[in-house]
Design a protein around this ligand. Structure first.
Ligand code: CU
Length: 111
């Protein structure tokens, strides 16, 4: 159980005000979900903003990866219900595939 004194509360309030400019910048970055289900990435292609994060989650029993054609990223093996998150800083189009099932393809466009 956490007991918060009045002084601590004031401290926290002051801290959150000071953090506002940083939060405003951070709020621009979004998180996008790509699920891997039925041996397919869904959505197979997405467009995101630079600085955004993509979370890949495997809903299949079979293991999958999201591996960039260029080698720019690789989630590594994702077992069932496992996820990996990647943040994209550099604009461009990143095509990727599953290292175990090469017919599984997707692309992420970073605008
Ligand atoms: Cu796969």
């Amino acid at each position: 159980m956490t007991k918060i004194t009045r002084r601590q509360m004031l401290h926290r309030a002051a801290g959150s005000v000071a953090a506002l400019p940083v939060l405003a910048v951070a709020a621009r970055a979004a998180t996008h979900q790509v699920s891997i289900q039925g041996f397919a990435f869904s959505p197979a292609s997405i467009t995101i903003a630079a600085g955004d994060t993509v979370v890949f989650t495997n809903a299949d029993n079979a293991p999958h990866t999201a591996t960039a054609d260029s080698g720019a990223f690789d989630t590594g093996r994702l077992g069932r219900d496992a996820s990996a998150q990647l943040t994209f800083s550099n604009p461009g189009t990143y095509t990727y595939f599953c290292n175990f099932h090469r017919n599984m393809k997707g692309s992420i466009t970073v605008a």
